[in-house]
Design a protein around this ligand. Structure first.
Ligand SMILES: *Cc1c(COP(=O)(O)O)cnc(C)c1O
Length: 535
C-alpha cells in the first residue's frame, strides 16, 4: 500500500520509508488513500478466533505491506511480550465492563500509558526498515536514526522506554516545563539508556510540536544530518508507524464483545476517545474503513475544546488560550492527525489540504467545505467536559460503577453521558441481555477508551473520591492511598520510580533548541566514530 504526503500526492513512500522519515519532506503526513484501505476490508467473522497478535499481523500486512511475514512476526513478538506487558502479553488491551458500557484498557504496557501499545513496536519497525532499505540515495545502509519527540507527558516516557538502547537509534524528548504532571516528569527524567536525552522547553505542548516539525524541515539541520549519515525521524503520532498499531485494539475490542456475547457480529458500536492530537481516534476511523462495524466515533475533549468546535461547525480555530487542565495529555490546540482525516475524506485532495494547512499557519484558522463537514459528521460526534465535569465523572465511576478511572478517561466518560443525553437515553430493549435488538433499533453498545493508569494522576483523583486530607502525602504516598481506597494494584513501573536517580534536568527556551539538536548530532557522530576507532 502506497503512502502519500497529505500536502502533495506526488510525494509517495512505502511504509518502511515513511516510518524512517516520520514526516514527508514538505511537512505533510504520510497517509494511505481512502479507497486503497476500503479495498482491503476485513471480514470480522474471520477474525473471531484470532488473538491480538494474529489480528495485528493481518492489519500490518495490509497497511505496512512492504514488511515481510518474518519481519512482522519479529516486531510483534518483540513488542507484545511478558517483558513489556506482563500478564497482559496475550490480551494487550482487554475490554471490561463499566456500568452498562465498556472500558478498553489500554494502559497495561511498560509505562502505564496507552502510547505503549504503539511505542513498544515502533522501534522494531524502525530498525527493521533501517536495516532493509536505503532511503538516503547512497548505498551506505545502516544510517543512524535520530528521533525527536514532542510530548504532553505520556508519549515521552513511552518513547524513551521503547527506544532505550535500541541499536543505531538516538532519541531526544521535548516536554513543556509546566505542562506535564510531576509523575510524568519523574518518569522521563529518570529514564535509562545511553541513547536517550530529555529537554524541558519553556513553552506549551504546541511549541514542542512546532519545534520538532521545524527541525525536520530545516535545511541546515538536514544537511548536517546527511553529512553524519544520520536520518532524523519521529516517534510522534505523525509517524505512520505509531498510528497503525493503534488500529488493532479497536478491532480486537469489537471481536471481544462478540465473543463474550455482549453484541452480535455485525452490530454497530460506538467508541468514545479522549482526544488530543487526534491520533488515537483516527486509528478508530481506519479500523472502521477496514470493516469494523462502528456507528460513531465520539471525540471527547477537555476544556481545550478546539476539536469539539471543529466537528460541530467545520471551523478550526486555534486562536484561543491554551488551558492547563488535570488531563494534561489532551492540552493541545493543534491536533496534527486531523490533517490525515481531511486527506482521507477529501479523496486525497492534497492541494486542498495544503491550502487549509497554510491558512492554519498564517491565520491560525480554517474552515472546511460543506461536503467535507457532512462526511465528518457522518462518522464523528464531539463533546467536551469541563474540569468539574471531569471530577464528577471520576466520582461517579467510583461510586456507581466501582471503577477507578484516570482523568483522561474521565473526560470520555463525561462526554459519553452528554452523547446519551443528546441522543436519547438507552431504551429498555437495548439493556444488556436483549442482544438481538441492540445496535439495530436503539443505541449501540459503547466502548470508552481508557488511556492511562489512574496511578499516574493519583493527585487529581483522590480529592474526587475521598475527603481525607492528602496534602501531607508525597506522590508515592498518594499512590498508596489510592491503592488503599480501591484495592487495584499499583503498576510496578510507577512504584520503582521512587528509587531511581534523576538523569536529566535541562531546561531550554524555544530558540535554543535548534542549537541543542545541532550539537547533539555532532556529539553523537563523534562518539560513534570514537567507538568505531575511526578517530
Ligand atoms: C496522548 C494521550 C491522549 C490523546 O491521544 P491522541 O492520540 O493524542 O488524541 C489521551 N489520553 C492520554 C492519557 C494520553 O497520553
Amino acid at each position: 500500500m502506497k503512502l502519500y504526503s497529505t500536502r502533495n500526492v506526488n510525494i509517495v513512500a512505502s511504509s518502511k520509508e515513511a516510518i524512517i522519515k516520520g514526516l514527508a519532506e514538505d511537512g505533510g503526513l504520510f497517509t494511505p488513500n481512502f479507497f486503497d484501505i476500503q479495498d482491503k476490508k476485513l471480514k470480522i467473522e474471520d477474525l473471531l478466533k484470532l488473538s491480538y497478535k494474529d489480528i495485528a499481523k493481518k492489519v500490518f500486512s495490509i497497511l505496512l505491506s512492504d514488511f515481510s511475514e518474518e519481519e512482522l512476526d519479529k516486531a510483534i513478538n518483540g513488542a507484545y511480550n511478558k517483558e513489556n506487558f506482563g500478564p497482559y502479553s496475550e490480551t494487550v488491551a482487554p475490554t471490561t465492563e463499566i456500568g452498562e458500557d465498556f472500558l478498553l484498557e489500554l494502559y497495561h504496557g511498560p509505562t502505564s500509558a496507552f502510547k505503549d501499545v504503539a511505542l513498544t513496536i515502533l522501534p522494531h519497525f524502525l530498525t527493521i526498515a533501517n536495516n532493509t532499505i536505503d532511503t538516503s540515495g547512497n548505498k551506505n545502509q545502516n544510517h543512524k536514526v535520530y528521533i525527536l519527540t514532542a510530548t504532553s507527558g505520556d508519549t515521552g516516557k513511552a518513547a524513551l522506554s521503547g527506544f532505550r538502547d535500541v541499536d543505531g537509534t538516538f532519541i531526544t524528548v521535548f516536554y513543556p516545563t509546566d505542562g506535564v504532571s510531576d509523575i510524568q516528569k519523574l518518569q522521563m527524567n529518570t529514564s535509562l539508556g545511553d541513547n536517550v536525552s530529555v529537554v524541558a522547553i519553556k513553552g506549551d505542548f504546541d511549541d514542542c510540536q512546532r519545534l520538532v516539525k521545524e527541525i525536520y524541515t530545516d535545511k541546515t539541520i538536514k544537511n548536517l544530518a546527511d553529512e553524519n549519515s544520520m536520518i532524523m525521524s519521529s516517534a510522534n503520532s505523525i509517524n505512520i508507524g505509531r498510528l497503525v498499531p493503534q488500529i488493532i485494539y479497536y478491532i480486537y475490542s469489537y471481536v471481544n464483545l462478540v465473543n463474550n456475547k455482549k453484541i452480535s457480529c455485525g452490530d454497530k458500536i460506538n467508541f468514545v476517545v479522549p482526544t488530543g492530537n487526534f491520533g488515537n481516534i483516527l486509528a478508530g476511523f481506519i479500523a472502521k474503513l477496514l470493516g469494523t462495524p462502528i456507528h460513531k466515533l465520539i471525540c471527547a475533549s477537555n476544556k481545550n475544546n478546539v476539536l469539539t468546535d471543529f466537528i460541530n461547525t467545520g471551523v478550526y480555530d486555534r486562536n484561543r488560550p491554551l488551558y492547563k487542565t488535570i488531563s494534561p495529555s489532551m492540552d493541545i490546540l493543534v491536533s496534527s492527525n486531523l490533517e490525515r482525516l481531511l486527506f482521507l475524506l477529501s479523496d486525497s485532495d492534497s492541494d486542498y489540504i495544503k491550502s487549509l494547512m497554510n491558512e492554519l499557519k498564517e491565520k491560525g484558522r480554517y474552515k472546511v467545505n460543506d461536503k467535507l463537514l457532512s462526511q465528518i459528521k457522518e462518522n464523528f460526534e464531539a463533546f467536551y467536559a469541563s474540569e468539574n465535569e471531569c471530577r464528577e465523572a471520576i466520582k461517579e465511576a467510583f461510586e456507581k460503577d466501582h471503577r477507578i478511572i484516570d482523568t483522561h478517561t474521565a473526560i470520555a466518560y463525561s462526554c459519553l453521558k452528554k452523547y446519551k443525553n443528546k441522543n436519547g437515553t438507552l431504551c429498555e430493549l437495548t439493556r444488556r441481555g436483549d442482544l438481538t435488538r441492540r445496535g439495530e433499533l436503539c443505541e449501540p453498545a459503547t466502548v470508552i477508551l481508557s488511556t492511562a493508569s489512574p496511578y499516574k494522576f493519583a493527585k487529581f483523583i483522590l480529592p474526587c473520591i475521598t475527603c481525607d486530607p492528602i496534602d501531607n502525602l508525597d506522590d508515592f504516598g498518594k499512590m498508596y492511598k489510592l491503592h488503599d481506597l480501591t484495592g487495584e494494584p499499583i503498576p510496578e513501573n510507577l512504584l520503582k520510580l521512587k528509587d531511581m536517580k534523576i538523569r536529566f534536568d535541562t531546561t531550554l527556551s524555544y530558540n535554543d533548541c535548534k542549537k541543542y539538536v545541532t550539537d547533539k548530532i555532532k556529539s553523537i557522530s563523534l562518539e560513534q566514530s570514537l567507538k568505531k576507532g575511526q578517530l
